[in-house]
Structures are given as structure tokens and as C-alpha cells.
Design a binder for this molecule. Structure first.
Ligand code: ADP
Ligand code: MG
Length: 488
């Protein structure tokens, strides 16, 4: 079994840990320590309680110069060498306690600062000299503004529980603090989840950070703070559902995950034809084309990205409000990874998973593995009231904002008069849901679209009028509920 010593932790740090009975590193510690001890920038993601404090605390303490050695290095006496920013007073105190413990034998002075406490003791301590400051953003900025906290000699900056700082609206303060420290510092960012805004923060202020994510096997995965909705849906109704979703009240960028390259292309084409700025992202596209698409997506010129898992690797775009699983992901890891792409500043994202009848078993496995409350996803159509309600889609919305492009100029259904065009989507729905098994004859501008390469042909129960059957055999009457934060 690997020990802290094996990972290069100094005996003066191992000793106080051993006194507390801590000898074997947790997963996140084992993964980050040897890297962070080198001074590399690092992003560490692991769920609450997984030991993130020591994962950054040990490198911070080990790389700090103890007062007795300070005369030998070019460092003014008493100025903070390390700054650890935590979202709340409680967390700051917890972190401080662990840092103090591992600093004991090295004689480093640790100071905790937070709002709601008197300034005097904090200012006194800073004037006497400290090595490591742990604090909440507001008070840290206060003290810096009063010129009692000098951050110009900080070699290590830690942003702890970064997602919580985001939730509490501290990101501007955090950014300000970052700019008060030298650019040459080591930056360590730790978070239980990685919302887009945090990724963006890391991008702007970290130098080639290493991304380390710990999921200790056997334990439940971290499910990010995402509102999850799971619907049993009909394959042929999905583009209409997504088209309606794209008109919900509160949406930003949307990522649709497809199972195959062909499916990604097909769905993107379908959505584009419906009038939505959609683009595929898959492995058949040249690297340059993929980068162009990503840039457009970042810029907001492309609103919907229809991606395969492989191509979506490394998508770190801010402002993704919705992730749609067009088909059920293969396993819980993929599911968690996909829905982790949502999240906007101050708001959690929405993840919508569409489960085909054929995929129900697969979904149940994921549901069980993650202990989610959606064992029996509700049958849902684009017209289902609960769907419109869950998603905040205004009544009467159709999944198309552009007239159907006539397939053939002669086609009399398309483009004759506004009335007819308006009704086209609904008619399509009826046709689709009536014909089982994917054998749909419909007038769509994406001709081969719906039929041949559908990986999961629709089957099972379909209401003949295309509406959701009103059978309330489920305990949960609403198709989805916001799943609890697993790490709350
Ligand atoms: P996180 O920041 O990831 O939520 P903490 O760093 O607060 O988690 O750690 C949770 C608890 O686990 C703390 O009480 C800490 O002392 C303890 N702990 C951390 N690392 C170890 C370890 N390697 N062995 C035993 N206990 C540990
Ligand atoms: Mg913590």
C-alpha cells in the first residue's frame, strides 16, 4: 500500500499525520500529491469528504519555507507565502485546522481570516508575520485593501471548494484576489463539481493545469448539481422534443449527445432544417472543422452542438444550460460525464435523458448504479404537458421555427399556405407515432433521416393519437424531479 512517504511527503509532515492515525493517502491525494509537490498547477475534482484538503495542504506546507530557513532564501520575513481561499468561515476553519496540524513540526504560522470577526486580531497577526493565510474572499480583499495583507510573495494559491464559491457569488472576489498574487505562483483549484464558470476561471488563471479527477471505485459517483429529467421517449418524436426544448424560457447553449457519428450528423441536420443553429461534432470531421465548430459554439453562433462522446471529450464551454442525451448513454460513467457539461454561473444545468423502449434496461442499470430516483421514466411525447411544464416550454410551441423546406418543389403539402405549414409538425408527429418500428413516411427535408440508420428502432406502446397515454401507474407523477446533490 502506498504511503505518504512513498509519494515524496516530507517526514516533518508525515509525523503529525501519523500522530492522528493518517498514514495511507486517499485516492485524490495519491493522484495529486507527487504532481503538486513539483509545483505544477492542478485542478482536482473529487466529491466532498474525499480528502481534498490534504491533497493541496501537503504540497502547500511542504513548499513553504519554514521561518528558521527564511534567511537563506530571498523572501521577506513574515509575508504570507501561501494563500488558501475557501467559500465559508466554517470551511476556512476546517482547512486551517488541517494545515495547522501538518505545519506543526515545521513551525509555519497559519492564520485564518473571515468576515464577521473583529479586524484587530487578524491585523495584529498579519503584522507579527504569518506564512500561510486561509480565508474567505471578502475579508481577504478587505485586508488587502487596507494594505495589511501583502500577497506579493505568495508562491502557492489554493482555491478550495471552487464550485461553492461560484454558487455564493464570490467569483469576482476570487478573481480579484488571484490578480493580487504573483503570476509565477502555483495555483491549485479543488472542487467537487466542475461547472463551466470554474473551468473558465481555471483557463484564465492557471498555467497548463493538470486535471485530476478521483472516483474511488465502489463508491457512488459524484453527480454534479444538475437538475436531471429522464423520459421514456419515442425515437421519432425526439427531434420535435428537442425543437421545443430549444424554445424553453431559460436556455443558453445546448449539447445533444448522440450515440454514433451518423446519428450526430442526422440530428444536427434535422435541427438545422427546423431552423435552429445546430452543428454536429464528430470524429469524421477534420480537426480544423471541429475547432471551427467549437469556436462558433463558444461564440454563440452555434446554439446546439450535437456531439458523440469521443468528439465531446474536452468540451469545456461556459454557458451550457442543457445537456440532452438523445439516446441512453452506455454506462453511468458516461452519463455522469455528459451531464457534468452543464452549469452556468450561479445556476445549475439541466440534463434531459431520452430513453427508448429498447434502452430501458440499460437506463435502469445506470439509475441503479447512481441511485437515482428515475427507475421508471415516464412515457413522454413532445406534446406531453409534464414535459412542457418541466422544461418551461410555453404552451403552443412547436419544434420548428422555420418553414419546412420542401423536399420537392411540387410537393403540395409544403409551402402552399401558412396554415398548412404551421400545422406540419403536428401532422408529422401523428404520422410518426402511428407507424411503429421506424417505418415512417413523412415529408421531411432530411430525407433518409429518420429511417434506416436509427440505432434503436422504436417499438412498444405508442398512443395512437401521438399524445402521452394518461396511465398514471407511476408513483412519481412528474416525469423528472431535480435529483439531490449526491455530495450535499
Ligand atoms: P473534502 O475537502 O474532499 O470534502 P476533507 O479534506 O475535508 O474532504 O477530508 C474529509 C475527512 O477525511 C477529514 O476529516 C480528514 O481529516 C480525513 N482524511 C483526509 N485524508 C485522510 C487519509 N488519507 N486518511 C484518513 N483520513 C483522512
Ligand atoms: Mg474540502
Amino acid at each position: 500500500m502506498t504511503t505518504f512517504k512513498d509519494l515524496g511527503v516530507h517526514p516533518e509532515i508525515c509525523a503529525p499525520l501519523e500522530r492522528k492515525g493518517i498514514t495511507t493517502p486517499f485516492a485524490i491525494q495519491e493522484m495529486t500529491l507527487s504532481v503538486a509537490l513539483q509545483g505544477t498547477d492542478l485542478i482536482g475534482q473529487a466529491r466532498t469528504g474525499s480528502g481534498k484538503t490534504l491533497a493541496f495542504g501537503i504540497p502547500v506546507v511542504q513548499r513553504s519555507v519554514s521561518p528558521k530557513d527564511r534567511d537563506y532564501v530571498d523572501l521577506p520575513q513574515g509575508k504570507p507565502q501561501a494563500l488558501i481561499v475557501a467559500p465559508t468561515r466554517e470551511l476556512a476553519m476546517q482547512v486551517s485546522a488541517e494545515i495547522s496540524l501538518i505545519s506543526e513540526d515545521r513551525g509555519l504560522r497559519v492564520l485564518t481570516v473571515y468576515g464577521g470577526a473583529g479586524y484587530e486580531p487578524q491585523i495584529d497577526a498579519l503584522e507579527k508575520g504569518v506564512d500561510i493565510v486561509v480565508g474567505t474572499p471578502g475579508r481577504l480583499i478587505d485586508l488587502a485593501n487596507r494594505k495589511v495583507l501583502d500577497l506579493a510573495h505568495v508562491h502557492a494559491l489554493v482555491l478550495d471548494e471552487a464550485d461553492e464559491m461560484l454558487d455564493l457569488g464570490f467569483l469576482p472576489d476570487v478573481e480579484k484576489l488571484v490578480t493580487l498574487t504573483p503570476e509565477t505562483r502555483q495555483t491549485l483549484l479543488f472542487s467537487a463539481t466542475m461547472p463551466g464558470a470554474i473551468v473558465a476561471l481555471a483557463r484564465s488563471y492557471m498555467r497548463h493545469p493538470m486535471n485530476i479527477r478521483a472516483e474511488s471505485s465502489g463508491e457512488r459517483e459524484t453527480v454534479p448539481a444538475t437538475a436531471q429529467f429522464v423520459y421514456q421517449a419515442h425515437d421519432l418524436d425526439k427531434p420535435e422534443m428537442i425543437g421545443r426544448l430549444l424554445q424553453c424560457e431559460d436556455h443558453d447553449k445546448v449539447v445533444v449527445f448522440a450515440r454514433t457519428k451518423r446519428q450526430a450528423q442526422r440530428v444536427a441536420d434535422d435541427l438545422a432544417e427546423r431552423g435552429f443553429p445546430a452543428s454536429p461534432l464528430h470524429g469524421d470531421m477534420q480537426q480544423a472543422a471541429r475547432e471551427r465548430v467549437m469556436q462558433k459554439f463558444r461564440d454563440g453562433k452555434v446554439e446546439v452542438l450535437v456531439a458523440t462522446d469521443v468528439a465531446a471529450r474536452g468540451i469545456d464551454v461556459t454557458g451550457v444550460s442543457h445537456v440532452v442525451n438523445y439516446t441512453t448513454p452506455d454506462d453511468e460513467k458516461t452519463y455522469v460525464h455528459r451531464i457534468g457539461r452543464t452549469g452556468r454561473a450561479g445556476a445549475s444545468g439541466v440534463a434531459v435523458t431520452l430513453v427508448d423502449w429498447a434502452d430501458l434496461h440499460k437506463w435502469k442499470m445506470i439509475n441503479k448504479a447512481l441511485d437515482l430516483p428515475f427507475d421508471e421514466p415516464q412515457e413522454t411525447y413532445s406534446s406531453s404537458e409534464h414535459f412542457l411544464h418541466d422544461m418551461g416550454i410555453p404552451k403552443g410551441t412547436k419544434g420548428r421555427i422555420k418553414k419546412a423546406t420542401p423536399e420537392k418543389p411540387k410537393d403540395k403539402d409544403a409551402g402552399a399556405d401558412g396554415e398548412k405549414r404551421e400545422r406540419a409538425p403536428r401532422n408529422r408527429n401523428r404520422q410518426r407515432t402511428r407507424s411503429r418500428g421506424g417505418q415512417v413516411v413523412e415529408k421531411s427535408a432530411a430525407p433518409a433521416a429518420e429511417s434506416a440508420d436509427s440505432t434503436t428502432p422504436a417499438s412498444g406502446e405508442v398512443a395512437s393519437d401521438g399524445s402521452a397515454p394518461r396511465r398514471r401507474r407511476r408513483r412519481r407523477s412528474s416525469g423528472g424531479s431535480s435529483a439531490p446533490k449526491a455530495d450535499a
